[in-house]
Design a protein around this ligand. Structure first.
Ligand code: XUL
Length: 623
């Protein structure tokens, strides 16, 4: 790759992405053009020094998974050193932002402030900052050692109620649970010596600023501690995390309980509200060591999923569907309609908007299993070939819904929470009332070929059922509004055929069933299979189109864009709507490849009803 000619750029921005296995930095200019990416894979550089495997350490067999904090410091020095060797013009950088893996926490000691302020540029960060941490590790988002803590949160607050307050039910990786384990089970002494707690995102900005930075609001929603509607920490949740909850922990007195709540509040520090305003200028350590301009601004980092949505000019009701090993749906909404089955976070750049996140564990592996069975039936030598699977999808592209569906969970599913299982069913339309009849493969004309269509349909219908309640019908950006009368008719007809529909214990309303996405964007491995995304697009029925996108550096890019948007807002001293700011880039960008589908939104209402009924009959796991 040829070196970019930085002299033609007026100013430069850096976007960081500190993920589990690597640190990446992308360089962009004032026109949002990506100029160069630097990265360091932790296993390549630091495997011996930190005894890591795939970026993490697994100390025992209790599900604990941690990352060494000093390794992240080494990674920052390593990449900046590499950029220095490349003669990178640090002095042209005017703003830095980025992302960190979500939920991870860093524990600072009492010496942190002093050490951060007085860093010596002739030394590396990890050498000097060793005493700045009360614990040298950070729990990783893959950690699953906190089952007792998840039970405690649910016992005290209730699963749905916790989701209502914090946007998510208790998840093993969430920071509040990790803190409760730290305080009550694993590191009592270290907790006493902890002056502040950062998330991974605010840890990196603290290093860059040379002072401990506040937790950014949207990433702060991944803690199970922050009350999203009231924009403040919830005292009862803090009591659980601090190990002084009235019913769970039987604290010795009310005063003691209050003291411990306040103590944790201080350690977490204030939540920094969503803003374009910088947290300060870069620390003199980086000015002296690398030649940064001392006025270079540091803007809050956010979580990696949150940074992904700001790498595109997404508007309310837009959905980004990531089709990897697992399927993740990220969407933007003005509705705060929480559920224990998905997550809501504050949006990092659009005040009063939220990011919805639905995480499925059964994605491509489940589809590949069916592909393999089909290839076996047709004696296709290469069992990884998608030709037969695709042929089936193509043949059915314009066919109406065939009244057959399957739920395929070769591994336990997160949404709905259910153990591994497969069920198939057919829709019996003998009378006005429809009946969903379970069937075996081979019975009721249900063949292996039907599985190919049925898995793509049911995975998509599941997204449609769960995105619906989050989408807002009244969005200012939605066009082609249907008539309310037409909506009412569709809804009444559906309910008369199936009865009331429930998803994850909640009744589906006319609004939730009839809200269409604005645009759908598809990313990740299976988005390269045009037949799969054609079918998905035709069922999801976005009003303003389907797009295939390739954003290999999404999190880092989202960070760099946040930096340049913030910088521009600060220059103009006003809030520029984020999607408008990014639009100028994407109107001319070929990375957003739109594709046409046959709209089958209406045809699939029977599928919607059918899947809802099948899910009610699933074997469930409870926690
Ligand atoms: C999200 C989550 C992961 C991490 C690491 O809730 O745990 O996506 O952010 O990517």
């Amino acid at each position: 790759m040829t070196e970019p000619n930085y002299s033609t750029s007026k100013s430069l921005f850096l976007g960081f992405d500190l993920s589990t296995q690597q640190l990446k930095i992308i360089v962009t200019n004032e026109n949002l053009k990506g100029l160069k990416t630097y990265n360091v894979e932790f296993d390549n550089q630091f495997k011996e020094k930190y005894k890591i495997y795939k970026g993490v350490i697994i100390p025992g067999d209790d599900g604990e998974i941690v990352s060494p904090v000093a390794m992240w410091l080494d990674a920052i020095n390593y990449l900046f050193d590499k950029m220095s060797k490349d003669k990178f013009p640090f002095d042209k950088v005017v703003g830095i932002s980025g992302s960190g893996q979500q939920h991870g926490s860093v524990y600072w000691s009492n010496e942190a402030d002093k050490l951060l302020k007085n860093l010596n540029p002739s030394q590396d960060l990890s050498e000097q900052l060793k005493p700045a941490f009360s614990w040298e590790m950070s729990p990783n988002w893959q950690d699953h050692s906190t089952i007792p803590e998840a039970n405690a949160f649910h016992k005290a607050i209730g699963k749905e109620n916790l989701a209502k307050i914090t946007g998510s039910r208790a998840h093993l990786r969430f920071t509040g649970l990790q803190i409760r384990k730290f305080v009550t089970r694993s590191h009592q002494r270290e907790y006493e010596h902890t002056s502040r707690i950062s998330l991974v995102s605010s840890f990196v900005t603290s290093i860059l600023l040379g002072k401990i930075d506040d937790i950014e609001q949207s990433d702060g929603c991944g803690m199970n501690l922050y009350d999203i509607r009231n924009t403040k920490y919830d005292d009862e949740l803090l009591a659980i995390a601090a190990g002084v909850h009235t019913t769970l922990d039987n604290p010795k007195s009310k005063e003691h309980q209050q003291e411990k709540i306040e103590e944790l509040k201080q350690k977490l520090g204030p939540i920094k509200p969503i803003t374009y305003e910088s947290s300060g200028s870069i620390s003199k350590y980086f000015v002296k060591k690398y030649g940064f301009n001392q006025s270079c601004k540091i803007y809050s980092f956010t979580g990696d999923n949150l940074a992904t949505i700001i790498s595109l000019p997404l508007q309310p009701n837009d959905c980004l569907i990531s089709l990897g090993t697992s399927t993740t749906v990220l969407l933007i909404t003005e509705n705060y309609n929480p559920s224990s089955q998905y997550h809501l976070f504050d949006h990092p750049t659009m005040p009063k908007h939220y990011m919805g996140m639905i995480c499925y564990s059964n994605g491509s592996v489940a589809r590949e299993k069916i592909r393999d069975e089909i290839n076996k039936k047709y004696n296709v030598e290469d069992h990884t070939s998608w030709e037969k699977f695709d042929e089936i999808l193509q043949k059915n592209e314009s066919e109406p819904f065939d009244d057959k569906l399957g739920i395929y969970f070769p591994i336990g599913e997160i949404v709905p929470q259910a153990p591994a299982q497969t069920i198939r069913a057919v829709l019996k339309k003998d009378s006005e009332k429809y009946k969903v009849k379970k069937c075996e493969l081979g019975a009721d004309n249900f063949t292996i070929d039907d599985d190919a269509l049925a898995i793509v349909e049911s995975q998509t219908l599941s997204c449609r059922l769960r995105a619906g309640p989050m989408l807002s019908k009244s969005s200012s950006t939605t066009e082609n509004k249907e008539s309310p009368q037409q909506d009412q008719e569709i809804y009444t007809k559906l309910i008369s055929k199936f009865g009331k529909l429930y998803t994850d214990g909640k009744e589906q309303t006319q609004n939730s069933l009839l809200s269409r996405p604005n645009r759908c964007y598809y990313v990740g491995g299976a988005s390269n299979n045009q037949y799969i995304i054609n079918k998905m697009g035709s069922i999801l029925g976005p009003k303003n189109g389907n797009f295939k996108v390739e954003i290999p550096n999404a999190c880092a890019l989202g960070g760099a864009y946040k930096a340049s948007w913030s910088y521009e807002c600060e220059l103009q001293q006003k809030h520029i709507p984020y999607d408008e700011y990014l639009k100028k880039l994407f109107s001319v960008n070929q990375e957003l490849e739109s594709f046409k589908v046959i709209d089958q939104w209406n045809e699939y209402f029977d599928g919607v009803g059918m899947l809802a009924k099948m899910e009610e009959a699933l074997l469930k796991t409870d926690d």
